[in-house]
Design a protein around this ligand. Structure first.
Ligand SMILES: C[S@@+](CC[C@H](N)C(=O)[O-])C[C@H]1O[C@@H](n2cnc3c(N)ncnc32)[C@H](O)[C@@H]1O
Length: 170
């Protein structure tokens, strides 16, 4: 089930002010992505983009970047925060993206997917991604499991392995 937070204007303003910009992790991810697909790509979508601090970091790597969020207050701040001509924003639930099937090179969700209805979001990400496209989930939530079609057990195993590796790094 999706959880609705971050929605009022005051909360959104504080989020814009205090959210740490995920520069290093995004550039690390782009380094890995370069090995999987030619960059710049055509279209990246940042789902649950909030005030867009992570969304704008994708701009140098794609012709077009779309940030989506359920919260009008967050998106209002994202527009103010916007510094890139190729970045735009849309209000919609993560589980219903207003995008053509197979049209997206990269779907990201930065510290947001733990709030979504994850089975529905993963189906939707799978729908909009082109073959060979990539889904990147950044999260603080270490105990997140992913359910997706008949690969749920495999995904759970991957999540477990990621947690084990992270635990050995700290
Ligand atoms: C913790 S904030 C992360 C914002 C941004 N990605 C960042 O890294 O700063 C989570 C965001 O997810 C959005 N959100 C939560 N549930 C959602 C849903 N079901 N669909 C779309 N956005 C959602 C919230 O409105 C909020 O802006």
């Amino acid at each position: 089930m999706a959880v609705r937070l971050f929605e009022d204007k005051d909360h959104a303003a504080k989020y814009l002010k205090y959210r740490v910009t995920p520069n290093e992790v995004v550039s690390e991810i782009m380094g890995l992505l370069k090995k999987r697909m030619p960059l710049p790509g055509k279209l990246a979508v940042d789902v649950g983009c909030g005030s867009g601090q992570g969304t704008v970091l994708l701009a140098p790597y794609f012709t077009q970047v779309i940030g989506t969020d359920i919260s009008p207050a967050q998106l209002e701040n994202a527009q103010v925060n916007q510094k890139c001509d190729n970045v735009s924003y849309r209000q919609c639930p993560a589980e219903e993206l207003p995008l053509e099937s197979g049209s997206v090179d990269l779907v990201t969700s930065m510290t947001a997917a733990h709030w979504f209805d994850r089975p529905r979001f993963l189906e939707e990400a799978g729908r909009v991604l082109r073959g060979g496209g990539c889904l990147v989930l950044l999260s603080y939530a270490m105990d997140m499991y992913l359910e997706y079609g008949d690969v749920t057990e495999k995904l759970k195993q991957v999540c477990k392995e990621v947690r084990t590796v992270l635990h050995t790094c700290i």
